[in-house]
Design a binder for this molecule. Structure first.
Ligand SMILES: Nc1ncnc2c1ncn2[C@@H]1O[C@H](COP(=O)(O)OP(=O)(O)OP(=O)(O)O)[C@@H](O)[C@H]1O
Ligand SMILES: [Mg+2]
Length: 332
């Protein structure tokens, strides 16, 4: 294995200049003479390296700059400054050798032709990427089997369900066996069962081919189940890069205690042990400091009529909201 990282991003900036129209009719008139522009700093000095074979979760709120970064890495956008390389290539040059080794899959955009069966697009891609017949058939058979789409690849794409279509999109993107895969919200809009089957597939693809994968998703289950490492960005800047478990350690000050009582317990009584978030009398949910969670739970078990008790981590979604949300701070 070579020592160069699969993906290298070095002080990447991508700024967009957007035309700003003044409000109203007079604004439109004035704009004819006097155009004003605004700079959107979609990506503003981000650096990271990704080693071959890693699956990295790329997370952050809407508009953080995730898709923009992936587009620069795919050669669809040229950066304002800084540099990127993928498998040692400069993506912007779009060399054939590079194109054959990576793929960008966007959950919200499709490459399949709508009016013909997916199989037609697969064949087209075989030609574009110059995939030898034998390799094409082998890969296709394997993907069809894993994704369980045998019966649908010959049906007109527009007649397929969202999940079926997404599976075919993945096949179309993977037929040339890319070593680097950028997945931009591949599970968006899918039901829970389909999300899981796609996740299983992504994991298997990574294992089988040692593929490097960057995954963006708003579903934290995707990130939790697939990625050990996460990179979090906020308004174009990197705010965290490391193990997901460290992200939880770093930002979650508390753990959640869920309690069920054998007889009603006053809310006031519970407030001695932590912050009461929900209380019905016979059940309660509380926040207790992480480091003391076990000790507090033990004390409560002796002090109170508890018949069920659970200690849980704060959900990743809530942690991310906590990190970013300026208004709705939960003080986790
Ligand atoms: N072509 C463009 N012209 C102008 N502004 C753009 C363009 N593309 C993206 N932006 C802006 O750049 C910022 C980052 O957008 P981007 O799509 O990268 O966010 P994202 O992290 O992928 O968000 P989401 O989670 O909603 O997909 C946003 O403010 C967006 O409006
Ligand atoms: Mg996006």
């Amino acid at each position: 294995m070579s020592s160069i990282p699969a993906v290298k991003v070095d002080h990447l900036k991508k700024h967009f200049k957007v035309y700003k129209k003044k409000p109203g009719f007079m604004g439109s008139i004035e704009s004819l003479w006097h155009r004003e522009y605004e700079t959107v700093k979609a990506v503003d000095d981000i650096s990271f390296d990704i080693e071959q074979g890693e699956i990295v979760g790329f997370i952050g709120q809407n508009g953080a700059g995730k898709t923009t970064t992936l587009k620069v890495l795919s050669g669809l956008l040229y950066q304002t400054s800084g540099s990127v390389s993928v498998l040692g290539y400069n993506p912007w040059k779009r060399q054939a050798a590079f194109q054959k080794q990576f793929s960008l899959v966007m959950g919200q955009k499709n490459q399949l032709w709508w009016d013909v069966p997916a199989m037609e697009t697969f064949l087209l891609n075989q030609t574009i990427y110059e995939v030898p017949e034998k390799q094409f058939r082998n890969t296709l058979d394997a993907l069809i089997e894993i994704l369980d789409v045998k019966d649908i690849i010959n049906i007109q794409v527009r007649k397929l369900s969202l999940g079926q279509r997404m599976k075919c999109e993945l096949i179309a993107s993977l037929l040339h066996n890319p070593k680097v895969l950028f997945l931009d919200e591949p599970t968006i809009g899918l039901d829970v069962v389909m999300q899981k089957s796609l996740r299983d597939f992504i994991r298997q693809y990574n294992k089988e081919f040692g593929a490097t994968i960057i995954l963006t998703s708003h579903y934290m289950d995707d990130v939790k189940e697939l990625c050990e490492r996460a990179i979090m960005i906020d308004r174009g800047a990197k705010v965290f890069d490391g193990q997901l478990s460290d992200l939880i350690d770093k930002y979650a000050r508390n753990k959640i205690l869920s309690l069920a009582f054998s007889k009603p317990v006053q809310k006031k009584l519970l407030e001695k042990y932590g912050i009461v978030k929900n209380w019905t009398g016979s059940t309660a949910t509380m926040l207790v400091p992480r480091k003391e969670a076990t000790k507090r739970a033990a004390t409560m078990l002796t002090d109170l009529p508890i018949h069920d008790l659970n200690i849980e981590e704060i959900p990743l979604e809530a942690i991310i909201r906590e990190v970013f949300g300026e208004e709705n701070r939960l003080h986790l």
